[in-house]
Design a binder for this molecule. Structure first.
Ligand SMILES: [Mg+2]
Length: 380
């Protein structure tokens, strides 16, 4: 119950301190519409900011950090609570402030039926452009709620076989050889390692990992390579080092270079920064071999599922990824993972202050439970 009280307290503080008049208006509307109707009770959204503490300093091609701001959401309907989350790494442009402002505009009180997912998500999407993580936090909470009402997990509602979940990769950040070796040791249970490249010492990083393990490696360059010939030579070398695929080797804007690279590459090339949501998918078809779907980029589970289906129709590879997130958003993404060729769902394992128990990794494999909705419970 204490977490519930915190929610109400932080939710009011966060919204009230930023846009008090809108909050008051929303409260008044809710007060009026809170009366029971024959069509059910109104949907009630709450939110509060939180900071994730990272176990290791996280370095990718452009920056380093030790925390990730997130927004926690709850949607309550008829006494049932769905949980959601927005993870907002600073380089993507969302923050506690932008998410508070956006979520304060979301008034679900006019919706009487949480099963009208298309209508509710379309309403949320049209409130403002961007805000993909904030939108995902509403979408995830709504999916959790609906799954709990039906008492079924989403992988079942989507008709997916939980035995077909992939192994998840575990990310090894750039660091000194000593620390890299330590991190590889910590990743003992994982069958696939993910490595961030895009600096001067790329080959050294791979050689350091190869000095301690023969596990397959996925490479994420985060747009770090600038020259396509050099990129191709690196990929050809990586193919001799047990690398499985290469994610976003060059700028998302270098479309011709990327199409050339994909055509010549011995390894699959996966779009991450170049693909945000469903509408981007046609543009990256033929330019990349596959896509990395993340709930925080595409606005949530509904769009992620649509993307995975369309990618499969187009013959593209599907990868499901995440930001640094609690087990809430990671478990939501994991519901979709039986559709994925590869998964990079280690965001909850990279933080020291998770708030939920959810999806587990057993012997390297994503393991879904029968818990309804997104399959999580608060851990305190
Ligand atoms: Mg990536």
């Amino acid at each position: 119950m204490s977490s519930r009280r915190d929610f109400l307290k932080y939710g009011s503080l966060a919204a009230g301190s930023l846009i008090l008049p809108a909050k008051l208006l929303a409260t008044e509307k809710k007060h009026v519409s809170n009366k029971k109707s024959p069509f059910g009770t109104p949907l009630n959204l709450r939110f509060r900011p939180y900071d994730l503490q990272l176990k290791h300093v996280f370095t990718i091609a452009n920056n380093s950090r030790t925390t990730t701001p997130i927004m926690l959401t709850e949607i309550e309907y008829d006494g049932i609570i769905g949980y959601g989350e927005a993870s907002m790494p600073p380089y993507l442009g969302e923050s506690h402030q932008t998410a508070s402002e956006f979520l304060s505009k979301v008034d679900l009180s006019s919706f009487r039926d949480p099963f009208e997912l298309e209508d509710i998500i379309e309403y949320v999407d049209k409130l403002a452009s961007g805000n993909h993580a904030a939108k995902a936090s509403v979408d995830i909470a709504l999916h959790d709620l609906v799954g709990k009402i039906l008492q079924k997990p989403w992988h079942k509602l989507w008709g997916l076989n939980p035995d077909k979940t992939p192994n998840t990769s575990f990310t090894i950040g750039m660091d000194t050889p000593e620390v890299v070796k330590l991190k590889v040791g910590e990743a003992d249970i994982y069958k696939i390692l993910k490595v961030k490249l895009g600096r001067e010492n790329d080959k050294q990083m791979i050689r350091t990992i190869r000095s301690v393990t023969n596990k397959p490696i996925c490479v994420d360059v985060n747009q770090g390579w600038k020259d396509r010939q050099m990129a191709l030579e690196m990929i050809q070398w990586l193919a001799t080092q047990g690398v499985v695929f290469v994610e976003q080797p060059m700028s998302k804007l270098a479309i011709d270079d990327m199409a050339w690279l994909t055509e010549h590459s011995p390894l699959p090339i996966i779009a991450d920064e170049a693909v945000q949501t469903v509408s981007d998918l046609m543009a990256v078809n033929k330019v990349y071999s596959g896509i990395n779907i993340k709930l925080m980029k595409c606005g949530g589970m509904r769009n992620a599922h649509k993307m995975a289906e369309l990618a499969k129709v187009l013959g593209m590879k599907v990868m499901i990824g995440c930001m640094t997130e609690t087990s809430c958003a990671v478990s939501a993404a994991a519901q979709l993972s039986p559709m994925a060729d590869w998964a990079d769902l280690d965001g909850n394992l990279l933080i020291s202050n998770d708030l939920y128990d959810g999806v587990t990794v057993i012997d390297g494999k994503i393991t879904l439970s029968d818990l309804p909705g997104i399959g999580v419970k608060p851990n305190s």
